[in-house]
Ligand binder design. Sequence first.
Ligand SMILES: Nc1ncnc2c1ncn2[C@@H]1O[C@H](COP(=O)(O)OP(=O)(O)OP(=O)(O)O)[C@@H](O)[C@H]1O
Length: 332
Amino acid sequence: MIEVAELTKRYGSTVALGGVGFSVPPGSVTGLLGPNGAGKTTIVKILLGLVRQDTGRALIHGERYRDLTAPLRTVGALLEAGCAHRGRTARRHLRWLARSNRIPLSRIDAVLEQVGLPDRAARARISAFSLGMTQRLGLAAALLGDPDVLVLDEPVNGLDAEGIIWLRSFLRRQADQGRTVLVSSHLMTEVARTADRLVVIGGGRVLADLPTDELIERYARPGVRVTARDPARLAAVLRGAGWEVRPLPDGALSVTGATAGQVGDLAGRHRIVLESLGGTSGSLEDAYLDLVARADNPPPPASPPSSAPATPRPSTATLPPSSAVTPRKDSR
Ligand SMILES: Nc1ncnc2c1ncn2[C@@H]1O[C@H](COP(=O)(O)OP(=O)(O)OP(=O)(O)O)[C@@H](O)[C@H]1O
């Protein structure tokens, strides 16, 4: 069991954590999700006693990491890849870890097998390892003490497609065996494939803490994906009509809560040429982007972020009287 409560941390004038709290129960995978700089690594490092918080608690089985009598047997941690001495072989690295933590050497073969590192690779120097193999070695080291808590910071980084699929079933297995698993990531779609629960953080605050399915249902809203010859003008017209518009990386616009007919009608009246237009069901990525966008425009303190559905931005613009488009009042 992991418990984090009222955690704050400043680095100079940067507020890395502004009062974060969540818990991770045994037998489940919890995804700690947030964009770069959201505070994920800071939380993980505080949990592992590598960084000291300003205020608040970060406990593993009710204790601070530094008070655990057998840390490696209690918590397996993966921080950034490449923590091991690059001149050693994987096997020597694991032997050194086992010896210094009084873990039976027989565990080495067990963990190498668990993470799928073949004996040939285990006898090679770590400097020759790909990033994916280094990640597997990091996981082997985390499992060495057979801990019942796993804290993994961005374990997907550096893994190829096969490695990612392997990691998903690996994490699932760990949770099914009763372990408490916390996995940080900035990749919503990836972590949501495995995690039972998602804690989304942004700007050092918890934006949502919900079972994965519930988070999608609550925050992913259907809308329209549209491309136009003049997307900037279309975006301005749609926003003027009260819709929430977000430019997508491929140049398309995402219009939350609208129907394709409404967008087409409005574009036609403004003589804006559309290149494609279609409805979208609410996606996980939308839910994530919506939550993170809310971190930049925080709601008033009275509305708790984890329980309130996204509120549409009120429009100050008025529509021409002939318009058939109704500015969205609510998404549901
Ligand atoms: N040692 C440090 N000194 C100064 N600022 C720091 C330090 N470590 C983190 N920060 C700042 O604290 C904030 C949170 O950083 P953190 O690394 O925890 O975020 P993150 O969610 O893990 O992002 P990333 O995936 O990019 O590491 C960021 O603004 C970061 O620049």
